[in-house]
Ligand binder design. Structure first.
Ligand code: ADP
Length: 184
């Protein structure tokens, strides 16, 4: 049973590592970015609203995300653990999650913070070429990360579950360090 939260800037490799750990521990990989992109593709009301923010590199309003997370974490498959990727992304989301988990008698095991220098992040995102991976949007996402998301690191540090990992290495090396941190 593992309950894992990925932190780190856009392009840090959260999605890749979250998927790897999801397979390894046989727990659902819950990516709010993936959920929103699927909603965009399906042109659901959620997707249509989210697109406006995502295309600008802004956070989607909390009201669109919080219900979705509550719904997902109360599904049967989430009772055996999970890996969260892209959530929580600001302090309000972190507080919401803490309360939600308390209601479910759960608590996260680790917040895994991937550290990667800005110039590496920018290069990676430009190579990845997702629709929100253009230079202006990338710059805005890094700013939003610094302003809104970075404070979440201290939130989990204060709770004693933060593990910071150097993400500027091969995928395999990062995975090994994550597993070592989780099993420690
Ligand atoms: P990255 O972290 O590489 O930017 P994500 O797929 O995690 O990629 O997020 C892409 C976009 O989706 C974000 O820029 C934001 O607009 C939106 N998004 C994802 N998760 C959240 C969230 N928890 N709260 C608000 N917006 C979110």
């Amino acid at each position: 049973m593992k309950r894992l939260i990925f932190l780190g800037p856009p392009g840090a490799g959260k999605g890749t590592q979250a998927q790897t750990l999801s397979n390894y521990y046989q727990i659902p990989h819950i990516s709010t970015g993936d959920i929103l992109r699927q909603a965009m593709t399906a042109q659901t009301p959620l997707g249509q609203k989210a697109k406006i923010y995502m295309d600008k590199g802004e956070l989607v309003p909390d009201e669109l995300i919080l219900d979705l997370i509550k719904e997902r974490l109360t599904q049967p498959d989430s009772q055996k653990g999970w890996v969260l990727d892209g959530f929580p992304r600001n302090l309000a989301q972190a507080s919401f999650l803490e309360q939600l988990l308390a209601n479910l008698n759960q608590s996260p095991d680790f917040a895994l913070n991937l550290i990667v220098p800005d110039e590496v992040l920018i290069t990676r995102m430009l190579e990845r070429g997702r629709r929100d991976d253009n230079e202006d949007t990338i710059r805005r996402r890094l700013q939003v990360y610094r302003d809104d998301t970075a404070p979440v690191i201290s939130f989990y540090q204060e709770r004693g579950i933060l593990q910071s990992i150097n993400g500027d290495r091969s995928m395999e090396a990062v995975t090994s360090s994550l597993q070592a941190a989780i099993e420690s």
